[in-house]
Design a binder for this molecule. Structure first.
Ligand SMILES: Nc1nc2c(ncn2[C@@H]2O[C@H](COP(=O)(O)OP(=O)(O)OP(=O)(O)O)[C@@H](O)[C@H]2O)c(=O)[nH]1
Ligand SMILES: [Mg+2]
Length: 261
């Protein structure tokens, strides 16, 4: 299935909802939203905060009140429930409204809003889902310690082999989805957190036959605040990805599934 190449998002981000999950991002949030609106003035932002102890939630409310163009919205959840849960809540909120494209972006400055046009241009030229990639020509990683790069690259190689797909940065969290993708895949059954959430959604998008693409991005390590990455997140991805790949191979052998392009 290929969605026709019509322009689904405007040059200033008209029709786009940028979802930013936050947990203790007090210093980063105003910076990232400011940069986003400088780059894409018409994009709407949904902050999904999990009751951050540092007061990110009330700050987000204040940013929304102060924005005279009313482009900022905030979802408050009662407790920390992982990045995946925050995105699912954000997708549900956006699908109940008229947005045509949904963007995932971290609050910590790792995903440059100045490069968002790369993702949106690719959506407008026909892709159903676009991932910002650190690991294709033109992509890069700035200020990441070697052990983080090792885990990230290793996770991508493992996922590529286990799932049998040509995706170079399937764990990355800078993405754009056409509305049709999120309407079709069964978001209610997604249970993954962290990195695994990104792999899970990419895998479901490909299984559903949508066109996926990667564009190069510069990923920069956070300057402020702390990472929420943990060993449990890594383990979850390792086990689940292996299982999905195996299940798909069995389904193909039995003629129940098609080859992933
Ligand atoms: N709402 C919500 N947001 C979260 C949660 N965990 C992480 N986030 C946000 O998700 C984004 C990515 O989290 P990071 O801690 O930067 O994790 P990461 O990017 O995988 O790891 P690093 O590369 O070390 O920064 C940030 O905007 C976080 O504030 C959570 O449990 N709930
Ligand atoms: Mg980060």
């Amino acid at each position: 299935m290929t969605t026709e190449a019509t322009s689904v998002v405007g040059p200033s981000g008209e029709g786009a909802l940028v979802i930013i999950p936050t947990y203790n991002e007090l210093e980063n949030l105003p910076l990232i939203i400011g940069r986003l609106h400088a780059a894409m003035p018409a994009a709407h932002v949904l902050v999904v905060d999990d009751n951050s102890p540092d007061g990110t939630g009330p700050l987000a409310d204040q940013l929304a009140v102060d924005d005279s163009d009313k482009r900022i919205f905030v979802l408050h959840r009662t407790e920390k429930n992982g990045l995946g849960g925050a995105y699912l809540a954000g997708f549900e909120w956006g699908l109940a409204r008229e947005y045509t494209v949904f963007i995932e972006m971290d609050a910590d400055g790792s995903h440059a809003p100045e490069q968002l046009h790369r993702l949106l241009d690719r959506i407008n030229s026909g892709a159903d889902m676009v991932a910002g990639s650190r690991y294709i020509p033109g992509g890069s990683v700035v200020n990441w310690p070697w052990h983080r790069q090792f885990i990230s690259r290793g996770g991508n190689i493992y996922s590529r082999l286990a799932l049998g797909v040509k995706f170079h940065d399937i764990t990355g969290g800078y993405r754009a989805y056409r509305r049709a993708v999120l309407e079709k895949i069964d978001l209610g059954s997604v249970e993954s957190h962290g990195y695994c959430f990104q792999i899970d959604l990419a895998w479901r998008t490909m299984l559903a036959g949508f066109t996926v693409a990667e564009v190069p991005i510069t990923f920069t390590e956070r300057e402020y605040g702390e990472s929420k990455m943990s060993g449990g997140i890594f383990q979850e991805a390792f086990v689940k990805v292996g299982r999905w790949g195996m299940a798909h191979r069995v389904a193909r052998l039995q003629g129940r599934a098609a080859k992933i392009r």
